[in-house]
Design a protein around this ligand. Structure first.
Ligand code: FES
Ligand code: FE2
Length: 311
């Protein structure tokens, strides 16, 4: 049976409805990668560069020089500015060119798009938009200053970004993939604008060694909350931090290895996919940051209002 879907009575969106790069927070690099040199990489379909000013603050901006497009990641940090390696134009942390050798005037086009930055727990995060629509997320009721970062792990998922995000709302796969049997219905809400949360209690029914360990360590059930911010940033609560980190890695790394080729198709969702279908509807209303435009031209108010209120 095809999903009508969901409690809200709307149908899952088409794949084209999802923003290519949601306006949200993204991890750019480790703080330790920014010492006296800039660092650039291709991310979100564009080349971006980060550098640390002499004063210590980090700036993230488009990496291709406004002159002839050289990658500023190959440039030099000079005081609070970043100098292009080609003809030595210099840019301030606001992306505006501050000096051009042997030129009396700086042309108006000599500026680069910049991004809001937060450096926290040894990582540099940037917001994909001219202004952050929400603060860098953290656990509700907790102070980031009370925490230290664990060692980062990474995995590669061969699927659209929204399929990874939707994992947290795919109630069928918790049983099939993760050995978790839902107890009662999950509770889904939007605790803040641009945040969607899934809370559930599950019995640990899997037969893996880690499941056996968990049953001994934590008992037969586990309470979990997963909050997705802006479509790209997930926060998980369950058990204590060490065990949670290990389990989260086990879950996502295992899935990324074994679930190759998954695709989104709104026509093949069934009634049991209702929670996930609702989530897809929420994702499709998230605002996107338009590419190849300067800050003044970016406008997302309608989508912002929708995503903020979509419950
Ligand atoms: S390309 Fe950067 S200054 Fe010419
Ligand atoms: Fe999963």
């Amino acid at each position: 049976m095809q999903a009508k879907s969901s409690s809200k009575g709307f149908r899952p969106p088409s794949a084209e409805a999802f923003p290519a790069y949601p306006a949200s927070w993204y991890l750019f690099c480790a703080s330790g990668q920014l010492k006296d040199k800039p660092f650039s990489q291709r991310i979100l379909g564009r080349q971006l560069v980060a550098y640390r000013k002499a004063s210590g603050q980090v700036s993230v901006m488009d990496a291709n020089c406004a002159h002839l497009g050289a990658d500023l990641g190959c440039g030099t940090v000079v005081g609070d500015t970043l100098q292009c390696p080609f003809h030595n134009w210099r840019y301030g942390a606001d992306g505006v060119c501050t000096s051009i050798p042997h030129a009396a005037q700086i042309p108006a086009f000599a500026r680069l798009r910049t991004y809001p930055v937060v450096e926290q727990h040894g990582s540099v995060f940037f917001f994909n938009g001219p202004e952050p629509l929400f603060a860098l997320p953290f656990f509700f009721g907790a102070d980031p200053g009370d925490f230290a970062a664990g060692r980062a792990f990474r995995y590669v998922a061969d699927c659209p970004w929204y399929m990874t995000a939707a994992n947290a709302f795919d109630m069928q796969h918790f049983r099939c993939v993760h050995g978790r049997e839902l107890i009662d219905r999950c509770q889904v809400d939007c605790p803040a604008p641009f945040a969607r949360r899934n809370r559930y209690r599950a019995a640990i029914v899997g037969g893996s060694r880690s499941d056996g360990f968990l049953r001994t360590f934590a008992g037969p059930t586990v309470d979990v909350s997963i909050t997705c911010w802006g479509g790209t940033y997930m926060l998980v609560t369950a058990l204590n931090l060490m065990v949670r980190r290990w389990l989260t890695y086990e879950f996502v790394a295992d899935e990324s290895r074994n679930l190759l080729g998954i695709q989104y198709n709104p026509a093949t969702l069934i009634e049991g996919d209702g929670t996930m279908a609702d989530f897809f509807g929420w994702l499709a209303h998230l605002p996107a940051h338009r590419q190849n435009v300067l800050q003044q031209e970016v406008s997302v108010p309608a989508r912002i209002a929708q995503a903020a209120n979509f419950g």
